[in-house]
Design a binder for this molecule. Structure first.
Ligand SMILES: NC(=O)c1ccc[n+]([C@@H]2O[C@H](COP(=O)([O-])OP(=O)(O)OC[C@H]3O[C@@H](n4cnc5c(N)ncnc54)[C@H](OP(=O)(O)O)[C@@H]3O)[C@@H](O)[C@H]2O)c1
Length: 269
């Protein structure tokens, strides 16, 4: 019987959908006390029984510093400790930078980057006390840039830089810091992605049923937590992209251009 997560207190941001919900459910099934954080409070309350017997739902907009502070305070008030923080809440986009309202780029940074920074800042003393884990769910786009996702790639590169720094700062303190990069995973992320004017895209250009499931993705995240991995990159395409970006950056730019040019309603058309 796997007891690693038994009784641990784990916060998952963006737990109302997709990878976050699947992660919360796996942690709950392994005996963790789970805090679900997202904006959709009613939805989380409905989903909470599927996560486990010890679940706390907290309405949190991670782009609001006060919400993140309260998330940590209320977790500690309930359970007195924090062992795991999964910074998963995230937002994508799809528009060429030349057409982009700058408010979209601000929003992407506020949710993806600042949301991670705020939650990590307030949780850090508690995570240091337990020699716990902090995770940033980034993306392959946080290693190898994706056209028409300038704000998304920039925010995910930024999270990686932030967390890689934090790991070195606390190398001798027993803190586990993992940068977790899923490949394409079936979820609501492309429907919710922002277009040039900040409205939601409302559809996906990909065949979602052919992508990795959120449950499989969450399984890898759990494995990374248990093995205290520093970084994980998922899917064959994702691993090949990161390797190619490092070894042959110019070629990878051209291949990435071609890949996105073939996408449904490509931004290059
Ligand atoms: N799916 C993929 O292909 C893929 C690939 C690589 C990386 N990722 C990353 O994986 C993470 C999870 O995405 P997903 O694919 O599972 O997408 P999803 O199904 O759209 O879930 C996104 C989650 O983030 C939450 N969220 C969004 N804005 C928020 C805010 N301001 N404050 C708090 N929560 C917020 C949403 O909840 P509310 O709307 O209720 O707030 C939702 O629970 C993201 O960081 C994403 O960038 C996804």
């Amino acid at each position: 019987m796997d007891t690693y997560f038994q009784g641990k207190v784990a916060i998952v941001t963006g737990a109302s959908s997709g990878i976050g919900l699947a992660t919360a459910r796996l942690l709950g099934s392994l005996g963790a006390k789970v805090v679900m954080a997202a904006r959709s409070y009613e939805k989380m309350k409905e989903l909470a029984p599927s996560v486990g017997p010890e679940v706390l739902c907290l309405r949190t907009d991670v782009s609001v510093e006060g919400d993140c502070r309260r998330l940590i305070q209320e977790t500690v008030a309930r359970w007195g400790r924090i062992d795991i923080l999964v910074n998963n809440a995230g937002l994508s986009m799809r528009a060429m930078f030349k057409d982009l309202d700058l408010s979209v780029l601000h929003r992407l940074m506020d949710v993806n980057f600042w949301g991670t920074v705020y939650c990590t800042k307030y949780a850090l003393p508690w995570l240091l006390a337990t020699k716990g884990s902090v995770v940033g769910v980034i993306s392959i786009a946080g290693y190898s840039a994706l056209p028409a996702r300038s704000g998304y790639s920039a925010s995910k590169y930024a999270v990686r830089g932030f967390l890689d720094t934090l790991r070195i700062e606390h190398l001798k303190d027993g803190l586990h810091v993992m940068v977790f990069a899923p490949g394409y995973t079936a979820s609501n992320v492309r429907n919710a992605a922002l277009t040039a004017d900040g409205s939601a895209q409302g559809e996906t250009p990909l065949e979602e049923d052919k992508l990795m499931s959120a449950e499989t993705c969450a399984g890898y995240l759990i494995e990374g937590l248990r093995k205290r991995r520093n970084a994980m990159t998922l899917t064959a395409l994702g691993k090949a992209t990161v390797a190619a970006h490092n070894l042959f950056p110019n070629l990878t730019d051209r291949l990435t251009y071609g890949y996105i040019a073939r996408e449904k309603d490509s931004p290059f058309q």
